[in-house]
Ligand binder design. Sequence first.
Ligand SMILES: Nc1ncnc2c1ncn2[C@@H]1O[C@H](COP(=O)(O)OP(=O)(O)O)[C@@H](O)[C@H]1O
Ligand code: SF4
Ligand SMILES: [Mg+2]
Length: 350
Amino acid sequence: MAEMLTVPRADPADLAADGSAALNPPHVPAAAAPLLRAERVAKRFPVAGRRGAQLHAVDDVHLEIGPGESLGLVGESGCGKSTLVRLLARLLDPTEGSIEFDGEDLAAIPAARFARLPQRAAIQMVFQDPTDSLNPRFTARQTIAEPLALLAGLRGAAVRARVDEVAAQVGLPPELLDRFPHQLSGGQKARVGIARALAVKPRLLILDEPTAALDVSVQAVVLQLLERLRRELGLAYLFVSHDLNVVRLLTDRVAVMYLGRIVEQGPSEALFRAPRHPYTRALVSAIPGQGPRIRLAGEISSPIDPPAHVCRFASRCPGVQDRCRREMPRLTPAPGPAGARRLVACHFTD
Ligand SMILES: Nc1ncnc2c1ncn2[C@@H]1O[C@H](COP(=O)(O)OP(=O)(O)O)[C@@H](O)[C@H]1O
Ligand code: SF4
Ligand SMILES: [Mg+2]
């Protein structure tokens, strides 16, 4: 599958010695203001049957996504990826923190109200399983048309024309537009989901494991489609996946999550080639051809009321020391040529 994807890469002249993209000197402001900036974002859920207990699904997350940038979000099942992207898409209200889109604080707007605002169109989401996310009683055309009336205020012929246009963009033949989900293949349903998200011309597309429900061969085709769309439309992507190979190919930068927190972040190539956080090292070692596999012993700790001053990875970390059980490591710039673009939350990174 890897060979089938051609992903534009940075010009080698722009790369620092370790292959990561070169940094602006610290006094020069970044070229473009971020499209999305999340700060101190947290989401805690009450625990059924345990009064006062809280499940910390997302904790103290800082993230930025630039215009046209593709950011990957990886981590094992249950670490909080879906909760985080639902917060960023404003489908969920954060317990804490701010979420700015284009300089405007979205977290201040309740999710229920946000659903009807024009800003809603700028951030669109493609869900994991098209079978769950498509209305079984809607034809493909109705599914794609729905947000056009709701968010773009289009009516009648304008809706029809936009649906035809976006269907062509994602490679859905016109004769399939009158079919219901059960009359479509997995790949076709995935295209309907993508077309629906693109219809209102978003600037950020959030893809939560968009190919996880598809056969491997169909996956490759859909991933190529997503890469082409990003190039053609200049969209920013937030791409969630537990498949590191896919993330490596489709993203400029990656954030690694563990138990609700981001533990490492950096340019994709550099991060996969030389992971710094012990958890990222273990994840990357599981990719075939990446040298000896690091197997983690120990239990993943509970997300319910986790201790505030302990590294969340301490129960499984091969390099755990006393300090890790006294002090929570913060996400800070890692030393090295990639400088401030490489962030790691560990007391003992070299
Ligand atoms: N609505 C909810 N109520 C209670 N707990 C939830 C809810 N949604 C998610 N969680 C919990 O939050 C944690 C993160 O889940 P999720 O964001 O779905 O992780 P991922 O997408 O990485 O698999 C899990 O422990 C999950 O059980
Ligand atoms: S802070 Fe300690 S326990 Fe946490 S990842 Fe680093 S070495 Fe491991
Ligand atoms: Mg998920």
